[in-house]
Ligand binder design. Structure first.
Ligand code: FAD
Length: 319
């Protein structure tokens, strides 16, 4: 009977999709055990019903205005308190900026094991977590048989499955103190229509896009497909686009249903961030480009001719 705790995450007043995926993973691990979730912030209570739809029997709500914006100290204190209350064997969250930041801190404090960026979980004799290593060239399996383990789950990788239960909401007061970071204002950069890390379709541009203006046809294609625009590091370094769009080893790791790489050569560091996409389409004028080795469909051609053609055809099909 495994007790699993999930830290759910909300963004812009909505629960992030990855939280439902993590609750689904929690369901596989807990089996007949207990799934508990926690969510933080002054209006966190409004999320408990939706969390229960994905199988959480208990939802701990930490209503505290100090937790409205993420701070490492605030989240650490709140999560430690919930863990102390619930006494789980497994604690899960999404492999998001928050998950990547707060889980190592809490794991270190509790002397717990931490497995990050998991793409699969199997249960049987012990719990086996799978995670990519060497920029996605190999997979490592980690078997947990005892002790507290914390794990972050890669977004967009495991399908979220509803499993509605009558969830109980429990308000847990936590005194947040000695905050070393105070968030005074959140300044948003360009308001992307679709969140890159959760997008089902990504149209990504590399150095071959040649300028910031060159990204316009990519954005048009992404709009028609209801997707987001991403970029290689070379495109970000050349200031064609913002670093928040960078995909790869030192950028975001994405797993969309469809990844369209335009003018990207396919360096190993870029592949590390997108090679687990379900379908990869590469558009490159160099037939020898490495990206074609990972692509399901390759188009050898000039992206400035191919991308507008694709947009035009998709518009017809999707109209
Ligand atoms: P290039 O390699 O210059 O490729 C441009 C491509 O565009 C070429 O294949 C060319 O044939 C094609 N092209 C040109 N014009 C057209 C056209 N009109 N139509 C069609 N195709 C055209 N990179 C990342 O992306 N993400 C990372 O997170 C990352 N992290 C890194 C970390 C480290 C420690 C290091 C050392 C490097 C990292 N890099 C990362 C950089 C990486 O090694 C590559 O330099 C980078 O990915 C190259 O980007 P690119 O494919 O856009 O550019």
């Amino acid at each position: 009977m495994t007790k699993v705790l999930v830290l759910a995450e909300a963004k812009n007043g909505k629960l992030r999709n990855v939280s439902f995926e993590v609750l689904t993973v929690a369901g596989c691990i807990a089996s007949d055990g207990e799934i508990t979730a926690c969510v933080f912030g002054s209006d966190a209570e409004k999320y408990s019903e939706e969390i229960a739809k994905y199988g959480a029997q208990k939802v701990y709500v930490v209503n505290n205005k100090e937790l409205n914006e993420y701070t490492p100290d605030g989240y650490k204190q709140a999560l430690l308190k919930v863990i102390d209350e619930v006494q789980p064997q497994v604690v899960l969250t999404g492999h998001t900026s928050i998950g990547k930041d707060v889980f190592p801190r809490v794991a270190a404090r509790l002397n717990a094991g931490l497995i990050s960026d998991c793409t699969d979980v199997q249960t049987g004799k012990g719990i086996v977590f799978t995670r990519p290593i060497y920029s996605g060239k190999a997979f490592q399996k980690k078997k947990i048989t005892e002790g507290l383990v914390m794990a972050t789950i890669r977004p967009n990788n495991i399908e979220a499955v509803e499993n509605e239960v009558a969830g109980e909401t429990i308000k847990l007061p936590v005194e947040i103190k000695d905050l070393r970071t105070v968030v005074k204002e959140v300044v948003k950069k360009a308001a992307a229509k679709v969140d890159l890390s959760e997008a089902k379709v990504i149209v990504s541009g590399g150095r071959g896009v040649k300028s910031s203006k060159g990204f316009i046809p990519l954005q048009e294609l992404a709009d028609v497909l209801g997707g987001a625009v991403g970029a290689s590091r070379a495109a970000c370094d050349a200031e064609y686009c913002d670093y928040s769009l960078q995909i790869g080893q030192t950028g975001k790791v994405v797993t969309p249903d469809l990844y369209i790489a335009c003018g990207i050569s396919g360096a190993i560091q870029h592949l590390a961030g997108m090679s687990s996409s379900k379908v990869i389409v590469a558009i490159n004028k160099d037939p020898e480009a490495n990206i074609f080795h990972v692509a399901d469909y390759g188009i050898v051609g000039d992206l400035f001719e191919v991308v507008p053609l694709l947009t035009k055809e998709f518009k017809k099909v999707l109209a």
